[in-house]
Design a protein around this ligand. Structure first.
Ligand code: ZN
Length: 151
């Protein structure tokens, strides 16, 4: 998998899909970077305009007051997440995965991060061949962005 920058978007190419993170989504990641020692993990969902095998990730939702957050943990509020999925779906956008922050330069997903996204893939009715797991670190993009595809 190669991640590069193309015209203001971060582009990740996978076997089955090409994912373009558009500036609006990157802005949300940037705003929640875990810069200080006391800042907590934040996260949310990713929504894309799907054109063939190109996913344009145009929206990333932010953390909600009902999420439980810690420095090394992020437990989303799954009930309001379903509401977000329904709202974006009616605007023509598909739910394509989750994102959260880590307090490290070049982020690596934890074992729990992987198990969690694989669990969502298994238990959801998806309109896509899989979901993305994004971890936002401290380094500039694309180095500070972990992007993986889970089918
Ligand atoms: Zn994590």
């Amino acid at each position: 998998m190669a991640v590069s920058i193309e015209g203001g978007a971060v582009v990740a190419k996978f076997h089955r899909v090409t994912v373009r993170f558009e500036p609006a989504a990157l802005g949300v990641f940037d705003a929640h970077r875990q810069k200080g020692w006391f800042t907590r993990e934040a996260g949310g969902q990713l929504f894309a305009d799907i054109k063939g095998n190109v996913w344009h990730v145009v929206a990333a939702t932010g953390p909600k007051a009902t999420d439980r957050r810690g420095r090394f943990h992020f437990w989303p509020d799954r009930k309001s997440e379903q509401k977000e999925i329904d709202q974006h779906f009616s605007a023509g956008l598909q739910y394509v995965g989750d994102w959260h922050t880590h307090p490290e330069q070049v982020p690596t997903p934890s074992r729990d991060d992987i198990l969690s996204i694989e669990n969502v893939v298994r238990e959801s009715t998806l309109y896509t061949p899989g979901l993305l797991l994004i971890v936002v670190g401290l380094a500039a993009f694309p180095g500070g962005l972990h992007v993986s595809f889970h089918g």
